[in-house]
Design a protein around this ligand. Structure first.
Ligand code: CP
Ligand code: NVA
Length: 304
Protein backbone atom coordinates (compact mmCIF):
# COMPACT_ATOMS: atom_id res chain seq x y z
CA UNK A 1 0.00 0.00 0.00
CA UNK A 2 1.55 3.29 -1.16
CA UNK A 3 -1.03 5.70 0.28
CA UNK A 4 -4.13 5.54 2.44
CA UNK A 5 -6.58 7.69 0.50
CA UNK A 6 -9.84 5.89 1.15
CA UNK A 7 -11.34 2.51 2.03
CA UNK A 8 -12.55 2.51 -1.58
CA UNK A 9 -8.98 1.99 -2.73
CA UNK A 10 -8.08 -0.72 -0.23
CA UNK A 11 -8.27 -4.46 -0.68
CA UNK A 12 -9.88 -6.88 1.75
CA UNK A 13 -6.42 -8.24 2.65
CA UNK A 14 -5.03 -4.75 3.33
CA UNK A 15 -7.93 -3.84 5.62
CA UNK A 16 -7.68 -7.13 7.45
CA UNK A 17 -3.90 -6.80 7.93
CA UNK A 18 -4.15 -3.22 9.25
CA UNK A 19 -6.82 -4.17 11.78
CA UNK A 20 -4.76 -7.17 12.93
CA UNK A 21 -1.62 -5.05 13.20
CA UNK A 22 -3.56 -2.34 15.07
CA UNK A 23 -4.48 -4.92 17.70
CA UNK A 24 -0.82 -5.97 17.96
CA UNK A 25 0.27 -2.33 18.26
CA UNK A 26 -2.20 -1.93 21.10
CA UNK A 27 -0.95 -5.04 22.90
CA UNK A 28 2.72 -4.09 22.52
CA UNK A 29 2.53 -0.33 23.06
CA UNK A 30 5.88 0.86 24.41
CA UNK A 31 7.94 -1.78 22.64
CA UNK A 32 6.90 -1.11 19.04
CA UNK A 33 9.45 -0.92 16.20
CA UNK A 34 10.64 2.51 14.97
CA UNK A 35 10.02 2.45 11.21
CA UNK A 36 9.74 6.28 11.12
CA UNK A 37 13.11 6.82 12.74
CA UNK A 38 14.75 9.98 11.34
CA UNK A 39 11.57 10.94 9.47
CA UNK A 40 9.38 14.02 9.60
CA UNK A 41 5.68 13.65 8.78
CA UNK A 42 3.54 16.71 8.00
CA UNK A 43 -0.01 17.01 9.30
CA UNK A 44 -1.81 19.47 7.02
CA UNK A 45 -5.22 20.29 8.47
CA UNK A 46 -7.90 22.58 7.01
CA UNK A 47 -10.56 21.52 9.54
CA UNK A 48 -10.68 21.20 13.33
CA UNK A 49 -9.60 17.98 15.00
CA UNK A 50 -9.00 16.50 18.44
CA UNK A 51 -8.72 12.73 17.97
CA UNK A 52 -7.09 12.64 14.55
CA UNK A 53 -4.49 15.28 15.26
CA UNK A 54 -3.50 13.93 18.67
CA UNK A 55 -3.49 10.27 17.63
CA UNK A 56 -1.30 10.99 14.61
CA UNK A 57 1.09 13.27 16.50
CA UNK A 58 1.50 10.64 19.23
CA UNK A 59 1.61 7.75 16.74
CA UNK A 60 4.34 9.30 14.58
CA UNK A 61 6.42 9.92 17.72
CA UNK A 62 5.90 6.40 19.07
CA UNK A 63 7.20 5.00 15.76
CA UNK A 64 10.35 7.11 16.01
CA UNK A 65 9.40 10.03 13.76
CA UNK A 66 8.66 13.72 14.24
CA UNK A 67 5.24 15.15 13.42
CA UNK A 68 4.93 18.69 12.04
CA UNK A 69 1.46 20.22 12.42
CA UNK A 70 0.62 22.72 9.70
CA UNK A 71 -2.66 24.57 9.69
CA UNK A 72 -3.70 25.09 6.08
CA UNK A 73 -4.66 28.65 7.08
CA UNK A 74 -1.05 29.47 7.92
CA UNK A 75 0.43 27.88 4.80
CA UNK A 76 0.54 29.72 1.48
CA UNK A 77 -2.23 27.26 0.53
CA UNK A 78 -4.51 29.60 2.46
CA UNK A 79 -3.48 32.44 0.11
CA UNK A 80 -4.19 30.37 -2.96
CA UNK A 81 -0.95 28.49 -3.70
CA UNK A 82 -2.05 25.40 -5.62
CA UNK A 83 -2.01 22.02 -3.89
CA UNK A 84 0.21 20.68 -6.68
CA UNK A 85 2.92 23.24 -5.87
CA UNK A 86 2.60 22.74 -2.11
CA UNK A 87 2.90 18.99 -2.68
CA UNK A 88 6.00 19.29 -4.85
CA UNK A 89 7.71 21.41 -2.18
CA UNK A 90 6.77 19.22 0.78
CA UNK A 91 7.54 16.05 -1.17
CA UNK A 92 11.18 17.13 -1.27
CA UNK A 93 11.33 17.85 2.45
CA UNK A 94 9.12 15.58 4.53
CA UNK A 95 8.73 11.80 4.49
CA UNK A 96 4.97 11.53 4.64
CA UNK A 97 1.79 13.62 4.83
CA UNK A 98 -1.44 13.31 6.77
CA UNK A 99 -4.12 15.57 5.33
CA UNK A 100 -7.53 16.71 6.58
CA UNK A 101 -9.38 18.81 4.07
CA UNK A 102 -12.59 19.31 2.08
CA UNK A 103 -12.34 17.89 -1.44
CA UNK A 104 -11.00 14.35 -1.85
CA UNK A 105 -9.29 15.58 -5.00
CA UNK A 106 -6.91 17.66 -2.89
CA UNK A 107 -5.57 14.61 -1.03
CA UNK A 108 -5.40 12.59 -4.25
CA UNK A 109 -3.53 15.41 -6.01
CA UNK A 110 -1.17 15.85 -3.10
CA UNK A 111 -0.28 12.15 -3.15
CA UNK A 112 0.33 12.32 -6.89
CA UNK A 113 2.53 15.42 -6.90
CA UNK A 114 4.40 14.89 -3.63
CA UNK A 115 5.11 11.22 -4.29
CA UNK A 116 5.43 10.52 -0.57
CA UNK A 117 3.11 8.32 1.53
CA UNK A 118 -0.11 10.29 1.98
CA UNK A 119 -2.93 9.59 4.42
CA UNK A 120 -6.51 10.86 4.19
CA UNK A 121 -7.25 12.15 7.71
CA UNK A 122 -10.84 13.04 6.64
CA UNK A 123 -12.24 14.61 3.52
CA UNK A 124 -15.84 15.35 2.56
CA UNK A 125 -15.72 12.00 0.74
CA UNK A 126 -14.20 9.52 3.22
CA UNK A 127 -12.74 9.06 6.69
CA UNK A 128 -10.77 5.82 6.25
CA UNK A 129 -8.70 6.03 9.46
CA UNK A 130 -11.89 6.24 11.52
CA UNK A 131 -13.49 3.21 9.88
CA UNK A 132 -10.29 1.18 10.34
CA UNK A 133 -10.44 2.03 14.06
CA UNK A 134 -14.14 1.12 14.08
CA UNK A 135 -13.40 -2.25 12.48
CA UNK A 136 -10.66 -2.85 15.03
CA UNK A 137 -13.15 -2.09 17.80
CA UNK A 138 -15.66 -4.42 16.19
CA UNK A 139 -13.06 -7.18 16.18
CA UNK A 140 -12.20 -6.50 19.84
CA UNK A 141 -15.77 -6.44 21.11
CA UNK A 142 -17.59 -8.72 18.67
CA UNK A 143 -14.75 -10.95 17.50
CA UNK A 144 -14.96 -9.72 13.89
CA UNK A 145 -17.40 -8.76 11.16
CA UNK A 146 -18.21 -12.06 9.45
CA UNK A 147 -21.99 -12.55 9.30
CA UNK A 148 -22.53 -9.36 11.32
CA UNK A 149 -25.18 -6.73 10.68
CA UNK A 150 -24.17 -3.09 11.03
CA UNK A 151 -26.88 -0.42 11.21
CA UNK A 152 -25.75 3.09 10.35
CA UNK A 153 -28.32 5.69 11.41
CA UNK A 154 -28.55 9.41 10.74
CA UNK A 155 -26.80 11.31 7.97
CA UNK A 156 -26.03 8.48 5.57
CA UNK A 157 -24.71 10.81 2.89
CA UNK A 158 -21.49 11.87 4.59
CA UNK A 159 -17.85 10.80 4.78
CA UNK A 160 -18.40 8.24 7.57
CA UNK A 161 -21.31 6.57 5.80
CA UNK A 162 -19.32 6.37 2.56
CA UNK A 163 -16.31 4.79 4.27
CA UNK A 164 -18.66 2.27 5.91
CA UNK A 165 -20.20 1.51 2.52
CA UNK A 166 -16.78 0.69 1.08
CA UNK A 167 -15.85 -1.33 4.17
CA UNK A 168 -19.01 -3.44 3.86
CA UNK A 169 -18.36 -3.91 0.15
CA UNK A 170 -14.80 -5.09 0.78
CA UNK A 171 -15.46 -7.22 3.87
CA UNK A 172 -18.86 -8.68 3.04
CA UNK A 173 -20.80 -7.91 6.23
CA UNK A 174 -24.38 -6.65 6.07
CA UNK A 175 -24.76 -2.86 6.22
CA UNK A 176 -28.15 -1.17 6.53
CA UNK A 177 -28.17 2.62 6.29
CA UNK A 178 -31.22 4.30 7.80
CA UNK A 179 -31.84 7.92 6.92
CA UNK A 180 -34.55 10.25 5.65
CA UNK A 181 -34.57 10.47 1.87
CA UNK A 182 -32.66 13.77 1.87
CA UNK A 183 -29.75 12.17 3.75
CA UNK A 184 -29.41 8.91 1.85
CA UNK A 185 -26.32 7.95 -0.14
CA UNK A 186 -26.28 8.34 -3.91
CA UNK A 187 -27.66 5.26 -5.72
CA UNK A 188 -24.64 5.40 -8.07
CA UNK A 189 -22.29 4.96 -5.11
CA UNK A 190 -24.25 1.95 -3.86
CA UNK A 191 -24.27 0.45 -7.34
CA UNK A 192 -20.51 0.96 -7.66
CA UNK A 193 -19.79 -0.50 -4.23
CA UNK A 194 -21.91 -3.65 -4.53
CA UNK A 195 -21.90 -5.83 -1.42
CA UNK A 196 -24.69 -6.62 1.04
CA UNK A 197 -25.79 -3.00 1.55
CA UNK A 198 -29.29 -1.59 1.75
CA UNK A 199 -30.89 1.77 2.49
CA UNK A 200 -34.14 2.38 4.35
CA UNK A 201 -36.03 5.25 5.91
CA UNK A 202 -37.15 2.95 8.73
CA UNK A 203 -34.78 3.21 11.73
CA UNK A 204 -36.36 0.27 13.56
CA UNK A 205 -36.01 -2.04 10.58
CA UNK A 206 -32.33 -1.07 10.36
CA UNK A 207 -31.69 -1.59 14.07
CA UNK A 208 -33.60 -4.88 14.18
CA UNK A 209 -31.23 -7.74 15.10
CA UNK A 210 -28.20 -5.53 14.40
CA UNK A 211 -24.83 -6.35 15.96
CA UNK A 212 -23.70 -2.74 15.89
CA UNK A 213 -25.52 0.61 15.92
CA UNK A 214 -23.42 3.40 14.45
CA UNK A 215 -24.06 7.10 14.19
CA UNK A 216 -22.28 10.36 13.41
CA UNK A 217 -23.13 14.06 13.56
CA UNK A 218 -26.06 15.28 11.49
CA UNK A 219 -24.06 18.17 10.05
CA UNK A 220 -20.48 17.54 9.00
CA UNK A 221 -17.66 20.06 9.03
CA UNK A 222 -17.87 22.38 6.07
CA UNK A 223 -21.62 21.83 5.67
CA UNK A 224 -22.75 24.15 8.44
CA UNK A 225 -25.17 25.92 6.08
CA UNK A 226 -27.23 22.69 6.13
CA UNK A 227 -27.85 22.97 9.89
CA UNK A 228 -31.54 23.84 9.75
CA UNK A 229 -34.35 22.95 12.13
CA UNK A 230 -36.05 21.12 9.24
CA UNK A 231 -33.03 18.84 8.90
CA UNK A 232 -33.00 18.22 12.63
CA UNK A 233 -36.69 17.32 12.63
CA UNK A 234 -36.15 14.94 9.74
CA UNK A 235 -33.22 13.23 11.48
CA UNK A 236 -34.59 13.02 15.03
CA UNK A 237 -36.34 9.64 14.45
CA UNK A 238 -32.91 8.20 13.60
CA UNK A 239 -31.39 9.10 16.98
CA UNK A 240 -29.49 6.18 18.48
CA UNK A 241 -31.07 5.71 21.89
CA UNK A 242 -32.25 3.02 24.31
CA UNK A 243 -35.53 2.45 22.44
CA UNK A 244 -33.72 1.74 19.19
CA UNK A 245 -31.06 -0.34 20.93
CA UNK A 246 -33.82 -2.58 22.32
CA UNK A 247 -34.46 -3.72 18.71
CA UNK A 248 -30.85 -4.77 18.22
CA UNK A 249 -29.29 -8.10 19.19
CA UNK A 250 -28.53 -8.56 22.88
CA UNK A 251 -24.92 -7.47 23.41
CA UNK A 252 -24.99 -5.15 20.38
CA UNK A 253 -22.22 -2.58 20.20
CA UNK A 254 -22.91 1.18 20.10
CA UNK A 255 -20.37 3.26 18.19
CA UNK A 256 -19.94 6.97 17.48
CA UNK A 257 -16.88 8.40 15.77
CA UNK A 258 -17.11 11.53 17.96
CA UNK A 259 -17.39 14.42 18.56
CA UNK A 260 -21.02 13.80 19.61
CA UNK A 261 -23.97 16.11 20.02
CA UNK A 262 -25.91 14.73 22.94
CA UNK A 263 -29.62 14.21 22.44
CA UNK A 264 -29.23 14.86 18.72
CA UNK A 265 -27.76 11.85 16.88
CA UNK A 266 -27.30 9.89 20.14
CA UNK A 267 -29.09 10.19 23.48
CA UNK A 268 -26.94 11.55 26.31
CA UNK A 269 -27.87 8.59 28.50
CA UNK A 270 -26.86 5.95 25.93
CA UNK A 271 -23.59 7.70 25.21
CA UNK A 272 -22.74 7.61 28.90
CA UNK A 273 -23.97 4.03 29.35
CA UNK A 274 -21.78 2.90 26.42
CA UNK A 275 -18.84 5.24 27.12
CA UNK A 276 -16.42 2.32 27.45
CA UNK A 277 -16.93 1.01 23.94
CA UNK A 278 -17.21 4.51 22.41
CA UNK A 279 -13.99 5.81 23.99
CA UNK A 280 -12.18 2.54 23.24
CA UNK A 281 -13.18 3.22 19.64
CA UNK A 282 -11.56 6.67 19.93
CA UNK A 283 -8.43 5.19 21.51
CA UNK A 284 -8.13 2.65 18.70
CA UNK A 285 -7.45 5.51 16.29
CA UNK A 286 -3.94 5.66 17.76
CA UNK A 287 -3.21 1.95 17.40
CA UNK A 288 -4.62 1.40 13.93
CA UNK A 289 -3.01 4.56 12.58
CA UNK A 290 0.35 3.33 13.85
CA UNK A 291 -0.32 0.23 11.74
CA UNK A 292 -1.06 2.47 8.73
CA UNK A 293 2.08 4.55 9.27
CA UNK A 294 4.23 1.46 9.64
CA UNK A 295 2.76 -0.16 6.54
CA UNK A 296 3.30 2.96 4.38
CA UNK A 297 6.83 3.58 5.66
CA UNK A 298 7.82 -0.06 5.12
CA UNK A 299 6.37 -0.12 1.61
CA UNK A 300 8.22 3.10 0.77
CA UNK A 301 11.49 1.67 2.03
CA UNK A 302 10.95 -1.47 -0.05
CA UNK A 303 10.46 0.67 -3.18
CA UNK A 304 13.53 2.84 -2.53
N1 CP B 1 -13.45 11.25 14.89
C1 CP B 1 -12.58 12.21 14.54
O1 CP B 1 -11.99 12.20 13.45
O2 CP B 1 -12.40 13.16 15.49
P1 CP B 1 -11.65 14.55 15.33
O3 CP B 1 -12.46 15.40 14.40
O4 CP B 1 -11.58 15.11 16.72
O5 CP B 1 -10.28 14.30 14.75
N1 NVA C 1 -18.89 13.46 9.51
C1 NVA C 1 -18.10 14.19 10.48
C2 NVA C 1 -17.03 13.32 11.03
C3 NVA C 1 -16.21 13.97 12.12
C4 NVA C 1 -15.13 13.08 12.62
C5 NVA C 1 -17.52 15.44 9.84
O1 NVA C 1 -17.02 15.36 8.72
O2 NVA C 1 -17.58 16.51 10.47
Amino acid sequence: MKNCLGIQHMTTAEIDALVARGLEMKATRGSEPKPLSGQCWALIFSKSSTRTRVSFEVGVRELGGTPMYLSARDLQLGRGEPIADTARVLGRMVHGAIIRTYAQEEVDQFAHYADIPTINALTDEEHPCQVLADLMTMREFLGGWNDRKVAYLGDADNNMARSWIWAAARLGFQLVLAAPEACQPAPELLAAAGGNISVTDDPEAAASEADLLYTDVWVSMGQEDQATSTRETLLLPYQVNETLLAKAKPGALVQHCLPAYRDKEISASLLEARANEIFTQAENRLHVQKAILESLATAREARA
